[in-house]
Ligand binder design. Structure first.
Ligand code: FAD
Length: 381
């Protein structure tokens, strides 16, 4: 996905972009329809919090603007600033129990708020967002002010930048997996990830609020002659697309005689059809930007299950050569389970090919990190 920048926003490949999303309109409308309020949801309001100061003349009570929620309409508050999709906490359920008018709603809400086993079962089965809770307990009509004060702020979501500021000047590209799933063991309603769906549904010309967060420990080597091995299955490929774009620009701009280390990419996905940036990778191979591209397919019917770590193992001697002998940099991006498998595989490769004892390889792996040659960009479980 391409984000056109309205202002200069410097970044380096490897950095993350933080995106402020909006909650889905039908969730916001549903929540608003269940609030107890006479205020027009499109009138500007300011949430104020009562502060108590102890003075020599007694307790002084003052109303002060909420520290994190700006003056805006109730609709914008629930759309942009409040998290309405994370399952409500026991504290919030206790508040709902206190305002429920139906005794059965009161009883069940009190049970959920006070019995942790009942709460956990309910939460794991239904993974309920705020609207579903208000639908399950229809006699609960919270006041917008009290509800807003109890909900946590909607957090920005981070994406690894998939572009180079030299090549895609004035733009940031990202590679986003759209999250949606059914609750209740796949039998319940569909839930949509807030930000990935917000981005998917965005139209050309829409304003998207974002910022850049630097990730200096995940940059390309300052010494361009060092080999680079990149391992990123699925959306883990995201930062590497920025890397190869950047390297392409460096190659084009280079003076003759400048030596660039080889770049190898290990990508993995379930099936051929899910291969990301297939044509671009082929072009990068042709142009010599990428020296090798490996594809691990884990669910292709005609091929034995293969993961990125299996391909690393197949190329063990060359991986050892690039990382240990030539002092290369190793990058891994994606979920933490995969990253752990990849780490263990690299360790095994180095131990076997270097003829090292357990203690020696442990210390070598620490050195790799100390020398900033082992880089991780981990997201997801
Ligand atoms: P949310 O509204 O946050 O919902 C996601 C939550 O839904 C999960 O945490 C889980 O609790 C729940 N959930 C999801 N699936 C299920 C299920 N099957 N059953 C039950 N519950 C479930 N993402 C990318 O796509 N590309 C990137 O390049 C990328 N880079 C990242 C870099 C960093 C440093 C970090 C921290 C994260 C990165 N992510 C990336 C992840 C991204 O930030 C978001 O977490 C992701 O897009 C989901 O956000 P969302 O708002 O759409 O979903």
């Amino acid at each position: 996905m391409l984000l056109e920048l309205a202002a200069d926003l410097p970044y380096t490949p490897g950095d993350h972009v933080g995106v402020f999303a909006c909650n889905r309109q039908e969730l916001v409308d549903g929540v608003l329809s269940r609030l107890q309020t006479t205020t027009d949801p499109d009138e500007p309001v300011e949430l104020q919090v009562q502060k108590e100061t102890h003075t020599s003349n007694g307790v002084l009570k003052t109303w002060e603007p909420h520290e994190r929620l700006p003056p805006c309409t109730i609709r914008i508050l629930f759309s942009r600033f409040l998290d309405i999709t994370t399952p409500p906490t026991p504290n919030l359920l206790q508040h709902f129990a206190s305002i429920a008018t139906d005794p059965e709603d009161q009883r069940r809400l009190t049970l959920l708020a006070t019995e942790s086993a009942a709460y956990e079962d309910w939460r794991h089965w239904r993974i309920p967002h705020l609207l579903e809770v208000l639908e399950e307990f229809p006699s609960v009509h919270p006041s917008p002010a009290l509800l807003a004060a109890q909900l946590t702020p909607l957090q920005p979501r981070f994406y690894s930048i998939s572009s180079s500021p030299i090549v895609q000047s004035g733009q940031i590209h990202i590679t986003v997996a759209v999250v949606s799933y059914r609750t209740q063991d796949g039998e319940g309603p569909v839930h949509y990830g807030v930000c990935s769906n917000y981005l998917r549904d965005a139209n050309e010309g829409d304003d998207i609020n974002l910022f850049v967060r630097s990730a200096q420990s995940f940059y390309l080597p300052p010494d361009v002659s060092r080999p680079v091995i990149m391992v990123g299955p699925g959306t883990g490929i995201a930062p590497f697309r920025g890397f190869w774009q950047h390297r392409m620009a460096q190659l084009h701009a280079a003076a003759g005689g400048q030596v660039f280390g080889k770049m190898w990419l290990f990508f993995g996905c379930r099936q051929h059809a899910l291969d990301l940036y297939r044509e671009e990778k082929a072009r990068m191979l042709e142009e010599g930007v990428l020296a090798k591209v490996y594809l691990a397919l884990s669910r292709e019917p005609t091929i034995p299950k293969t993961y990125v770590q299996d391909l690393l193992r197949k190329e063990a001697a060359a991986v050892y050569q690039k990382i240990v002998i030539e002092g290369g940099h190793f990058y891994v991006c994606g979920d933490c389970t995969m990253a752990e498998h990849v780490y263990q595989m690299l360790k095994l490769i180095i131990q076997e090919h270097g003829g090292m004892l357990d203690s020696e390889v442990e210390s070598y792996m620490l050195t790799l990190r100390d020398e900033n040659r082992y880089h991780e960009d981990i997201f997801g479980i």
